[in-house]
Write a protein that binds this ligand. Sequence first.
Ligand SMILES: [Zn+2]
Length: 413
Amino acid sequence: MPKNRIFDLHTHPSLRLYYMPWISKTFHTTPYYSGPHFNPFEFRTRYANLDRSPVKVLMNAHYVIEYNFLRHGFTRAARGAFWAFAAGYYAKLLIADPWKTLVKMIRVLNESVDTTNRLLVPGQSHRLAIVDSMDAVDRLDGDQIGIIHAVEGAHSIGAGLEKLPTETRNAVTRERLRLLKSLGVACVCPSHFYDNPYSPQVESTEIIPRKIHGRIIATRDPAITMRRAEWHWDDPDHSAEWFFNELFRMGMAVDLSHTREDARWKVYDIAEAWKRPVMISHTGLRHFFNHEYNASDEEVRRVRELNGVVGLILSRRWLVDPETRFYSGNDGIQDLIQNMLHIRNICGDVEAIGLGTDFDGMTHPFSDCFKPNQLDRVIHAMKPHFTEQETDKILYGNAVRVMKDSWVPESKS
Ligand SMILES: [Zn+2]
């Protein structure tokens, strides 16, 4: 059995390749920022970092930056920096059609993979490969790193359809999903930062601890802000029930990160009816940090029951509660291990444990693991706690199983 391999359930290279106009459609970049601190211009999944990493397969979540986020989500300082770098480019983004942008992003990632492979120099041993099926994942050779297209935020899929009568909206949505699938999109994470026509979202604004009058207070991070959906699952102006059924019918994997908890429970029942697994690709656990974004013990067991997987995120902002975070540094590998151990503890096995780093997703990674070529540190740290077989399942096998069970041919009914 090949060892030390990772299937990363959630990463964002295309966010960099598409939105940073000075990166010209290649994973090769001069070593600009991928250090331990959050930086809007980082590129952690650039080629040099992947080439020397244990990453074997990664899901690239295409995220079309929401109009609301561009307008209101960033601090003025961050917005100012973007404008200073490329004013014309960002002006264009504000008026771009999110659906067309999504399709373009998929093409840009494909082109970038080709360009990256053409520009390899001696000493760089891996080739990148867009995989269009799980058979293609099985066929990857030792020198290839597989990349799977995924979509985060269904606002891009439903762009322009919000005000249409439900039946018309659903019909166009079905055609769009079919096109995405034909372009190789395997997985959809419907909710994100702001409202969309299909899936209600939690508020994902990160919580940071501050010491105010000698007490540690959990406050919302003012740097990047998001909004919780207020609409009900059965709202006639939204197509929640229909959309999730349609994803299963279409044979795409369903990722419940960012989805509001009441809606997640509805989707577990839909998944059960379809006999399909679900994933929560980049999350933490309520047991360690009680936040609506994170999964409760009961929920993790439900995901386990469905043969699904919970991808733990490489950010202490979700794995650890704010007060504990205040009194500790930002090394997180041991916290990640504690989260893994907790899942094994409540489920009795490791089948539901996975990894979704969210590298390049505007998150705050660990200071002891902030780029793919440091992921071998995680493998090393798992050794005292997990057998080699368990480690391979957690970091690779469980994700492969879930993708094989969910990325399947479209059903007729
Ligand atoms: Zn996310």
